[in-house]
Design a protein around this ligand. Structure first.
Ligand SMILES: Nc1nc2c(ncn2[C@@H]2O[C@H](COP(=O)(O)OP(=O)(O)O)[C@@H](O)[C@H]2O)c(=O)[nH]1
Ligand SMILES: [Mg+2]
Length: 692
């Protein structure tokens, strides 16, 4: 199936769009229509070739990107099914680095959603070609005109219908191809050519004209021919292809993936209209003097690893896209990102969960390399003679954090080894021990993202952990001034210990930290011991007084003291300093401060009221609202303690259409009624730490 593939006979596409729009179902129709499966598998019947992992089947969503290589009309199509859930957007970004085109699957019953918009932004950034499939056409209440207008209004004016549907909603039967003028209806997924139904004949003629004008307007010489009525089919095809490649036209067509209507035509369009790797040079290395201007099968080898999977039985596998030359099994390749040479012993292509061994991957192809030792996601592999690097993948910012709690003692090392491996597979999460709160935190793109990682940790590395709310980094401070004497005196035989200091503590504005002032007169404490007093005070402030959190925004003024020629020492004055803290702080109206986050929530207008009410219920302060395209952005200050699991709650409040960003802003006093609970929790945590 794969002998002698030519680069211009390859099409690389990624199926992208909102969660649930039908990307995977559409992928299943590709597998069926190209003859790979003998029946149309369905996600709902849990027999998908693409959503095949236990986690995907259980949750009914795509989690990891999947690759499938198929043949259609003598061309090779490598398609990547991507997840639509925002938690897994890292997979879409990885896919965008290796395909020439995005095929947007839009839910005909709900229209353009956040997942579509995010993928569209990514397409623009990566300068990829784009094609839209309005899917679920057979569902009740489908208004394809509305969805098409939404695509035009929110994504691009250059979206252009290349088909018209025959029948709407449950009566959707087939389509008219506006380029060829041919009409097709489907019966049990089988296509028949029919006459254009009389009731849409006029509309077809009108739309055809609009389409031709749109194609012609991308090129002056075509425009002249268009007005002279001399456009040939050849002109149309080449003009069309150029417009798609140049990003001046995005075809829009129709399908129902469950009924397998229209998908085979989309395959035709992919093959006929979307660019091959020879047409569109999507990626260049960072420094490319040694890299060919137009790489082909005979240039030195260069490839990019866009995904590593940790497989239970196979070990690590790497998904690679060849950008230059030809990779043969048995070849040595140079990993320029890690500066190591590796041997390629085994390669295969994927068709969803199936694999086929191959011994050659040519320019433009996507395949899988087995058992490389050091090669991981984002690495460049190449012939040593060129030694180039492709820019690495930029993963999205992780804004959800949880604490990892081991279920068994002594598992810490296994956990950290397992997570390190999983991070190689999915660099969009990371983990880190936070010494201040004494917890290991895992950061990712959403709660589901983190849950999935924890399940993989269990399945692939056999360690069980719980995810919990991370401890909040509270602070303590004082609200009025107070002074105390810190006196350390010990006389137990031999040399004694003696140091006395008088210190005044005053509140400072938020964010000032700690300030120390030395106002000793007349040598009440010798200068050499003053730093010892300061150190004692600092250490004691660090440990807190009310609930064990660091005391901040305090000025300590050392104004008097006593010493002894023989018994005074550095350590005696340190202890005296710390005693002054313990004496004065309880008298200075101590309070607990909590971190306040600057939060920006972006939602469609209709959710504004709910979101603002919810922010109020979270003790938040709304700072203002502003327009953000079609959306509204709400800015607010909210205590961090109230933002736990906000990502999933926002999602359920907005049907997945809201997003948010947050970052630390300041500390503010905790309301009195919450203090005792915070103190109790801190006590309990410290007791548990002691038991360990
Ligand atoms: N009626 C109808 N349902 C569809 C169609 N495509 C997908 N679905 C259903 O929509 C749900 C989500 O489909 P899936 O392919 O997993 O969406 P994905 O998240 O975009 O991959 C499933 O229940 C599918 O059966 C379609 O064309 N028509
Ligand atoms: Mg899917």
């Amino acid at each position: 199936m794969l002998a002698d593939i030519k680069t211009n006979d390859i099409r690389n596409i990624a199926l992208v769009g909102h969660n649930g729009a039908g990307k995977t179902s559409f992928g299943e129709t590709i597998l069926f229509n190209t003859g790979f499966t003998t029946r149309l598998n369905k996600v709902d019947e849990k027999n998908s070739m693409l959503d095949y992992t236990d986690e995907e089947i259980a949750r009914g969503i795509t989690i990891g990107l999947k690759l499938a290589t198929v043949k259609w009309l003598d061309k090779t199509i490598n398609f990547i099914d991507t997840p639509g859930f925002v938690d897994f957007f890292g997979e879409v970004i990885s896919s965008s680095k290796v395909v020439e085109s995005f095929v947007f699957i839009v839910d005909g019953s709900t229209g353009v959603d956040l997942g579509t918009e995010n993928a569209w932004e990514l397409r623009k950034k990566e300068k990829l070609a784009g094609l839209f499939v309005i899917n679920k056409m057979k569902k009740e209440n489908v208004d394809y005109e509305k969805v098409f207008q939404e695509i035009k209004n929110t994504l691009s004016e250059s979206a252009t219908l290349i088909e018209l549907p025959i029948g709407v909603g449950p009566n959707f039967k087939g389509v008219v191809d506006l380029i060829t003028g041919k009409a097709y209806t489907y019966e049990n997924g089988k296509r028949n050519e029919v006459n254009v139904p009389s009731e849409i004949k006029d509309l077809v003629e009108k739309m055809k004209k609009e389409l031709l004008e749109q194609i012609a307007s991308s090129d002056e010489s075509l425009m002249e021919k268009f007005f002279a009525d001399e456009l040939s089919q050849e002109d149309i095809n080449s003009g069309f292809l150029n417009a798609i490649k140049n990003g001046t036209l995005y075809p829009v067509c129709f399908a129902d993936s469950v009924e397998n209507i229209g998908s085979d035509l989309v395959l035709d369009y992919i093959v006929k209209y979307l660019p091959s790797p020879a047409d569109l040079n999507i990626r260049r290395p960072i420094e490319s003097e040694t890299y060919p201007e137009k790489p082909d099968q005979n240039s030195p080898f260069a490839g990019f690893v866009f995904k590593t999977n940790v497989e239970k039985h196979l070990g690590d596998i790497n998904f690679v896209r060849v950008f230059s030359g030809t990779l043969k099994s048995g070849n040595e390749i140079y990993n320029s990102s890690k500066n190591v040479t590796e041997k390629v012993n085994q390669m295969y292509i994927n068709i969803g969960k199936e694999r086929r061994d191959i011994d050659e991957l040519t320019t433009g192809m996507i395949g899988v390399l087995v058992k490389l030792k050091s090669t991981k996601t984002s690495d460049t592999v190449c012939d040593k003679s060129i030694n180039i690097k492709f820019p690495p993948i930029e993963f999205p910012h992780a804004n959800v954090s949880m604490a990892i709690i081991p279920l068994a003692k002594g598992d810490e090392e296994k956990i950290s080894n397992g997570l390190s491996k999983l991070h190689e597979e999915d660099p969009s999460f990371y983990f880190k021990f936070d010494p201040e709160i004494k917890q290991t935190l895992i950061h990712g793109l959403g709660t589901i993202h983190l849950e999935v990682i924890i399940n993989k940790l269990k399945e692939k590395f056999g360690v069980n952990v719980n995810l919990e709310k991370p401890r909040i980094k509270y602070r303590e401070t004082i609200k009025k001034s107070a002074s105390a004497e810190g006196k350390h005196k010990k006389q137990s035989g031999g040399r004694g210990q003696f140091g006395v200091c008088n210190v005044k503590f005053e509140p400072l504005p938020r964010g000032s930290g700690f300030v120390f002032a030395d106002e000793i007169f007349g040598g009440a404490i010798p200068a050499k011991f003053v730093p010892s007093v300061e150190k004692g005070i600092r250490d004691a402030l660090e440990k807190g007084v009310v609930a064990g959190y660091p005391i901040v925004d305090v000025k300590a003024t050392l104004f008097d003291g006593k010493y002894h020629d023989v018994d005074s020492s550095d350590i005696a004055f340190q202890i005296a300093g710390s005693l002054s803290v313990k004496g004065a702080i309880p008298l200075a109206d101590p309070v607990i401060l909590e971190p306040i986050m600057n939060v920006e929530v972006t939602v469609p207008e209709e959710y504004m009221g709910d979101i603002m009410g919810d922010i109020n219920a979270r003790r938040g302060k709304i700072l203002g609202t502003e327009h953000a395209g079609r959306y509204q952005r709400i800015k607010a200050l909210v205590p961090e303690a109230e933002m736990y699991q906000y990502s999933s709650q926002l999602r359920s409040m907005t049907q997945g259409r809201g997003t948010f960003k947050m970052e630390f802003e300041t500390y503010e006093e905790v309301p009195r009624e919450r203090v005792s609970k915070i103190v109790e929790e801190a006590k309990r945590f410290m007791e548990e730490q002691q038991e360990k």
